[in-house]
Design a protein around this ligand. Structure first.
Ligand SMILES: Cc1ncc(COP(=O)(O)O)c(C=O)c1O
Length: 447
């Protein structure tokens, strides 16, 4: 067992510094020196020691409010007792599956999801990551239609594998890995005419997120999604919605697609499904897709996909979402957050150019990447609030707080943002540049 697992729940200042230095050193030596340097620059070099509810604690026992939750993984907060208990119960019986016998949790999970997704799509595949669910969607799209063409969205994001990067439209992550899958067309999100021009009789499927987080939480309008559905039907192509991040209540409905009434051919879920405890994802699909899948019963497979621990976590998560009535709660908290962010935008016009999103999935757009970075640094340093700016778009601050948080927690986020914006406005860009230079110098001197 690693030594740190045996350490006390709270460390002394000295021991914490020593451990942090050790961990950063390993990050530098075994992963990438730049990552360690960036964490120091942004004041984010704390060790995640334990977590509970809306908070992550460092080894000194200091709480950090988690306003982003790894892009929405922690909808139930951290370590929700019912999810932890379900996983523990399963662990007492055994860990992973031998993949020969039946895993009851996996089939129950698919049955539960099929009752929840738009159109009650009856069939499914259980994986471990969002990427895996979207890779399965890619394969099924080609298998179902016998066509090669894939249409994705500019600024869309579906994962980091070569397949999912091919249909993702963020050059920051695509560059350096060519050749990606072909033929792919990336169209502007929200532009129905462009989609109509791109979709034809060679198109297997169109892939999109109803709320596109990487473009600062742009929301697809109901008319856009309904239009895409029509165009896909006319062309015989499939419509695939990636709800890894926006599904399972994040937008205030079980699925973001419900805001438009659109029923996709396939829909993916992940993140929230984990309950913040075990990695799990799923792809649900229609009868038409199933007919193709029947010719390939093992069209996809993975060692860990749908393992008993993950399924126990997922089923407990669905129970909690239902019996704690968390989805209407997410909708109400989302409205409060939206109203507060609108006030923030109006109060800091020189800093904040806009805010957008749906439910508890929201972004603040600042007018300069340095504003975004500085605000997130201050949030961390002065408010111990985890609300980072986006790595590929540092002018954007994103948040996806837990559904279990209270109105007071939403107000805490807004107050911390207000105070940080106020400080950044006083500093101005020259002050931020000075701050960055000073920190850079300190790091170079090794202090
Ligand atoms: C919309 C969307 N699709 C797919 C993924 C990939 O999921 P994972 O990181 O679990 O592979 C993500 C992850 O952020 C996502 O937000």
């Amino acid at each position: 067992m690693p030594e740190w697992l045996n350490l006390d729940p709270t460390l002394t200042e000295e021991r914490n510094q020593e451990l942090t230095r050790d961990v950063l050193g390993r990050l530098e030596r075994h992963v990438h020196p730049m990552l360690a340097r960036n964490l120091r620059l942004l004041n984010e070099e704390f060790i995640e020691w334990r977590s509970e509810g809306c908070f992550v604690y460092d080894p000194l026992g200091q709480p950090y409010f988690d306003a982003v939750g790894a892009g929405g993984v922690f909808a139930l907060g951290h370590s929700h007792p019912e999810v932890v208990q379900a996983v523990r119960r399963q662990l007492d019986r055994g860990g992973l599956s031998v993949r020969t016998g039946l895993v009851p949790g996996q089939l129950e999970l698919l049955e539960r999801l099929s009752r929840l997704v738009p159109g009650r799509l009856p069939y499914g595949y259980v994986g471990s990551t969002g990427t895996e669910a979207m890779e399965a969607a890619l394969k099924l799209a080609r298998l179902t239609t016998g066509r090669p063409g894939l249409v994705g969205m500019q600024m869309g994001y579906h994962g980091m594998s070569v397949g999912t990067l091919s249909i993702s439209g963020i050059s920051y992550w695509r560059e350096g890995f060519a050749p990606l899958l072909e033929p792919v067309k990336l169209v502007p999100f929200g532009d129905l005419q462009a989609a109509r021009a791109a979709i034809d009789s060679t198109t297997a499927a169109v892939f999109l997120e109803p709320v596109q987080w990487a473009s600062a939480c742009s929301v697809a309008s109901p008319e856009y999604l309904q239009g895409l559905r029509r165009i896909c039907d006319e062309a015989g192509a499939l419509l695939i919605l990636d709800e890894i991040q926006c599904g399972l209540g994040r937008t205030g409905r079980w699925f973001a697609a419900e805001h438009s009434g659109v029923v996709p051919d396939m829909i993916s879920v992940g993140k929230t499904l984990s309950g913040g405890v075990m990695p799990v994802s799923a792809l649900m699909f229609s009868q038409r897709v199933q007919e193709a899948a029947l010719s390939r019963p093992l069209f996809n497979n993975s060692t860990y996909g749908g393992n008993p621990l993950a399924c126990a976590a997922a089923l407990a998560t669905l129970d909690v979402l239902e019996h704690e009535n968390l989805i209407p709660r997410a909708a109400a908290l989302g409205e409060r957050l939206e109203a507060g962010l609108e006030t923030l935008r109006a109060a800091f016009p020189s800093l904040v150019s806009g805010q957008q999103g749906q439910g508890l999935m929201r972004c603040v757009l600042t007018r300069d990447p340095r504003y975004g970075l500085m605000i997130s640094t201050l949030l961390m340093k002065k408010h111990r609030m985890i609300l980072p700016s986006m790595s590929h778009a540092p002018h954007v601050l994103r948040m996806s707080p837990p559904f279990i948080c209270t109105e007071a927690d939403i107000d805490r986020i807004l107050e911390a943002l207000r105070e940080s914006c106020s400080e950044v406005r006083s500093l101005g860009l020259p002050g931020i540049d000075r701050y960055i230079r000073e920190i850079g110098q300190k790091l170079a001197e090794g202090s």
